[in-house]
Design a protein around this ligand. Structure first.
Ligand code: HEM
Length: 198
């Protein structure tokens, strides 16, 4: 075994996910800046639509029994319902019902869920901006950006622990990382076509 292999084996799945998708996270931040989400309420509404569609994609994956067995606290996760209520506050109903994850299998699905759970961390900044800019809150129009009742950090830490404790093989880790890349791409796609979303 050489030093490079040792290094791969020492790196946990969560470290790998963070490192190997960092460039896609950077792209998300760029797309978010381009979308000028807080420039006006129309942009914010379109962004909320993208959040809703992405959450629907991710929550579809919760229906799988392997996902349910691995992540016992799925019921506290997921924000599509909150996003739907936000959209109602903002005066719209989503027009589409297509799901981008129909053919996503376990364990790739865990990569998608990683993207969704990780995005709750950055959402702290977005929540603050929605409050400051528009006066939105956890009870009106920004529910989907609010922290989970237990707090963002605790729920994130528990998710990370669950994935690392599962001791996935290198092959499965690769599939999970691919799933995360698909998830980032999907959200990037939604952000890129924000103005056309219905
Ligand atoms: C303005 C936009 C965004 C900002 C400012 C932002 C900021 C952050 C911050 C501060 C963290 C925590 C980093 C840490 O504690 O180490 C984070 C983590 C993360 N964010 Fe974002 N984010 C943004 C958008 C997004 C989007 C759109 C997604 C995906 C849909 C996303 C997915 C993630 C993921 C998966 C993590 C976890 C990284 C890890 O493995 O530790 N973020 N983000």
């Amino acid at each position: 075994m050489n030093a490079a292999t040792d290094k791969v084996m020492e790196t946990s799945l969560m470290q790998r996910l963070k490192q190997e998708t960092a460039f896609l996270h950077d792209r998300m931040e760029e797309l978010m800046a381009q979308a000028e989400v807080f420039e006006n309420k129309d942009n914010y509404r379109q962004f909320t639509l993208s959040q809703y569609y992405f959450q629907k994609d991710v929550e579809h994956l919760y229906e799988d029994s392997q996902v349910q067995q691995l992540i016992p606290d799925l019921d506290v996760r997921g924000r599509s319902e909150a996003a739907l209520q936000d959209l109602a506050d903002l005066g719209i109903k989503p027009a589409l019902s297509t799901i981008a994850t129909e053919s996503v299998q376990y364990p790739q699905s865990l990569g998608w869920i990683y993207v969704s759970e990780g995005s709750t961390l950055g959402a702290a900044f977005l929540f603050k901006a929605a409050q400051e800019k528009f006066g939105y809150s956890a009870d009106f129009a920004a529910r989907n950006l609010a922290a989970y009742p237990e707090g963002r950090a605790i729920v994130w830490k528990r998710f990370k622990q669950t994935l690392d404790d599962a001791n996935f093989s290198q092959q499965d880790q690769q599939l999970i990382i691919e799933g995360a890349m698909q998830g980032f791409h999907r959200f990037g796609e939604l952000l890129s076509q924000l103005k056309e979303l219905k």
